[in-house]
Design a binder for this molecule. Structure first.
Ligand code: LLP
Length: 426
């Protein structure tokens, strides 16, 4: 079987291997559904990305996969973090990512989150003038100065799924680019905030390079305006991420992205005589292909289609249901068998939309077989839920031929954690 660019995945005696370990053995030991992540692959992905941008800082997007072990691996690799909530900030700090390498993003931050930013000393990407004023008041009250950027809405179409396009003029994110100079002017006049950067992020799973070029040009136009109009020289220019991965076909590489945006960044910086650092915030590229979701077949049914009912559904992998996303699926214990049937892989959730994969040619599937859903490291477990009273899965890490637990399977009491029967119902 051809696993494309996924060099950490292979097969032995018809069984799927990850990092050289038989995933069927892992399933027998840890049960399913199970997320299996390859540490070496995360490191290799990170290094490949960092090598394409040798002068830039890489702030891993914690939302893609916030498991502490994953964060620790990336902290050790030297990554900073893009965090989008107080919880992500808490996890990133706990994993050892230092505050000066963390940018706190978010379009509707609470006052508690802004206070936490002040206390921990991270930088904040401010999404609106309203938020700027609130942050200024909170920081002044705390007697501190927070370094900020503005999240810019550059009005660029990323040519991706509308639900993950974030830089369109119609999107909820960021300050419309025409309003950006006025925002910086106000920030310069306020206490408690110091504008040192500029930020944007145009979307995710982007497979075309032209939107990145357009974004970089528009950002450098703004940087130029800030320099000429406000004499402001920014320390950093953070252009987010969005680089797609080859779920179902070719995708650009970090080098392709670098070849498109670095010349614009460098030429324009030189022309302006500025020395801002470039920051990128990859999530999907770093962790996406490093994980498989392994599930067990509970029942095969001939109906309108041939449905294969497995023990993981959109409770554990929402992407196919939410975005019609394509994930490669394979029969992990029958890799040496040829396709015989067309199957639709259905989860156990009580909703018709709970389909992981439609009409796939696969070897004959029986109850007890294992289905592996590939490329589930990004926005997989991270978007999971307990819907339908389903306990969330365990997660294991394969590193150096050894398998370790990085999250235990939830218990029934985890399902009820925090719930209380009020006294009058006792
Ligand atoms: N920076 C910011 C500010 C972001 O909002 C995001 C993702 C990233 C960086 C990382 O982008 P990436 O490198 O992963 O493309 N749940 C969706 C993706 C939502 C992405 C949200 N923002 C999915 O499963 O496709």
């Amino acid at each position: 079987m051809d696993f494309g660019t996924r060099e950490h995945i292979g097969q032995t005696k018809g069984h799927l291997t990850m990092g050289g370990v038989d995933t069927i053995d892992i399933a027998r030991q840890h049960g399913t559904p199970l997320y299996i992540t390859d540490e070496g692959r995360i490191r290799a992905n990170y290094r490949r990305f960092a090598a394409a941008f040798p002068q830039a800082d890489i702030y891993y997007a914690v939302k893609a996969n916030g498991n502490l072990a994953v964060l620790r691996i990336l902290a050790r690799e030297g990554a900073g973090a893009d965090v989008f909530s107080d919880g992500e900030l808490y996890a990133a700090l706990l994993a050892g990512i230092t505050p000066e390498r963390i940018l706190f993003n978010g379009n509707a931050k609470t006052d508690v989150e802004l206070s936490m930013a002040c206390e921990t000393g991270v930088r904040v990407s401010v999404d609106s003038l309203d938020e700027l004023r609130t942050l200024s008041a909170i920081a002044s009250e705390a007697g501190t100065v927070v370094e900020i950027a503005f999240r810019v809405n550059p009005d660029v179409s990323p040519l991706t799924h509308p639900k993950i396009a974030t830089g369109l003029a119609t999107s909820k994110f960021g300050v419309p680019h025409a309003q950006v100079p006025a925002c910086y002017a106000e920030a310069l006049s306020l206490e408690g905030v110091r504008p040192v950067g500029i930020h944007c992020h145009i979307g995710s799973q982007i497979l075309e390079l032209s939107p990145f070029a357009e974004m970089m040009t528009k950002m450098m136009d703004l940087v130029a305006t800030l320099k000429t109009k406000l004499k402001l020289e920014l320390e950093f220019i953070d252009v987010g991420s969005g680089l797609g991965i080859p779920y179902a076909g070719p995708a650009p590489t970090p080098s392709d992205l670098a070849n498109v945006i670095l010349p614009i960044f460098t030429t324009r910086s030189q022309a302006l005589g500025i020395h801002s650092r470039l920051i990128l915030e990859p999530g999907r590229y770093i962790v996406g292909d490093a994980t498989v979701l392994l599930c067990t077949v509970n029942a095969v049914k001939e109906a309108h289609r041939t449905f294969v009912g497995v023990d993981a559904g959109f409770n554990l992998l929402l992407r196919p249901t939410l975005y019609d996303a394509y994930h490669e699926v394979i029969v992990a214990n029958k890799l040496d068998e040829a396709p015989t049937h067309t199957y639709t892989i259905a989860g156990p959730i009580c909703e018709s939309g709970d389909i992981l994969a439609r009409d796939r040619r696969l070897p004959t599937i029986e109850k007890g077989d294992y289905i592996a859903v590939l490329d589930t490291g990004a926005y997989g477990f991270a978007m999971s839920s307990q819907y339908n009273g389903r306990r969330r899965s365990a997660e294991v890490l394969v590193s150096g031929g050894a398998v370790t637990s990085i999250r235990r399977r939830e218990s029934y009491s985890d399902l009820l954690a925090g719930q209380v029967i009020p006294p009058h119902l006792l």
